[in-house]
Design a protein around this ligand. Structure first.
Ligand code: IMP
Ligand code: MG
Length: 178
């Protein structure tokens, strides 16, 4: 375990706080319309999705319920290990529920593939995905709601981290490793 801030610097802004606000509000309106009469259980994937989920939920004009999962796929590096492990499971029985999975970023798509299979096996009435960011070129089939496509650079802020740092930034910025 290391307590050092990762070596590198915060680089250019990729998405401003204003653009995040606007797009999250649009997604909220779309979800409100799509789920009229059947309020979803929104499932946030910790930790990265917590800022997005918090803002998104307040833009959905429906009585949503919340639950969270935590999975680990990256460790403390910026490259995918290809291994997904459940760190915290849901507290809710999702059988017969309209589940909306909220993700920070779909990069390789491995985490999502795993979660979709895991949650799908529990017989929800429906299962959709809302991802704030999707890596350009990533396999996004079945991601119904996408905030922004982004280029290959590793990014931090608005919930996204490098080795647990920079989640608190209110915009999304490139992280340039030293
Ligand atoms: P995937 O399994 O490759 O799709 O990766 C998904 C997870 O990797 C996300 O939920 C993030 O936690 C992490 N991740 C991927 N790219 C980035 C990035 O640019 N910044 C911060 N985290 C990232
Ligand atoms: Mg992460």
């Amino acid at each position: 375990m290391s307590f050092e801030v990762p070596a590198g610097r915060i680089g250019a802004e990729v998405i401003s706080a204003d653009h995040l606000r606007e797009r999250v509000s649009e997604l909220g309106r779309q979800i409100t319309a799509d789920y009229a009469g059947r309020p979803p259980l929104i499932v946030g994937v910790l930790k990265g999705a917590y800022v997005f989920m918090s803002d998104l939920a307040r833009e959905i004009a429906l009585p949503v319920e919340f639950d969270f999962m935590a999975v680990s796929s990256y460790g403390e590096s910026t490259a995918s290990s290809g291994v997904v492990r459940i760190v915290k499971d849901l507290e809710t029985d999702i059988a017969g529920r309209d589940v909306l999975l909220v993700e920070d970023i779909v990069d390789s798509g491995l985490t999502l593939k795993y979660l979709r299979r895991l949650l799908g096996d529990r017989n929800p009435s429906s299962l959709e995905v809302c991802a704030l960011l999707v890596r350009e070129g990533a396999r996004t089939d079945g991601v119904k709601y996408v905030g922004f496509p982004i280029p290959p650079d590793f990014v931090v802020g608005y919930g996204l981290d490098v080795a647990q740092y920079y989640r608190e930034l209110s915009d999304i910025r490139v992280f340039e490793p030293a």
